[in-house]
Design a protein around this ligand. Structure first.
Ligand SMILES: [Zn+2]
Ligand SMILES: [Zn+2]
Length: 146
């Protein structure tokens, strides 16, 4: 826990953000988090410790981190934005049922045949399907065919 706080402090300092306990808690929650939480998920988790924290505080902190390249904002889930503290280039996979988002670290050898004169600096692939649990539910809960 102490290590996490030091890291959160470093990030705040680096970004020139005021060190507030709420911000520290948000950064601590995001640190090493691979669940790709939404702002609402983060708010729900952190407001357990800081009951007075507003969703706006969460949004503002996330926006500062995103704007400074410390957080990826993902649009893979059409119902809400998801956040990823892992800013290395990687791809994502979403379960269409439970909306679980997983990382795909594979490097795809992609080339745009005619990049319209653009200098391509990155890409992001979104995969979708059904996770093992949801796939299982689908087959077991499906009505029996007559
Ligand atoms: Zn699922
Ligand atoms: Zn990710």
């Amino acid at each position: 826990m102490r290590e996490k706080n030091t890291k959160a402090q470093d990030i705040c300092k680096e970004l020139g953000l005021k060190l507030t306990p709420q911000r520290m808690a948000i950064l601590g929650y995001l640190d090493g988090n691979t669940a790709h939480p939404s702002a609402e998920d983060i708010h729900a988790a952190v407001s357990r410790r800081f009951p007075g924290m507003s969703l706006a505080t969460v949004y503002n902190t996330l926006a500062s981190l995103r704007d400074r390249g410390k957080l990826l904002e993902l649009t893979i889930d059409p119902s809400k934005k998801r956040y990823d503290p892992d800013t290395r280039p990687h791809h994502h996979l979403i379960c269409l049922d439970c909306k679980r988002v997983s990382d795909i670290d594979h490097v795809f050898d992609l080339e745009v045949p005619d990049p319209f004169g653009y200098e391509i600096t990155g890409n992001h692939i979104e995969f979708y399907g059904y996770c093992p649990e949801c796939k299982g539910k689908k087959t077991t809960s499906a009505p029996a065919r007559r």
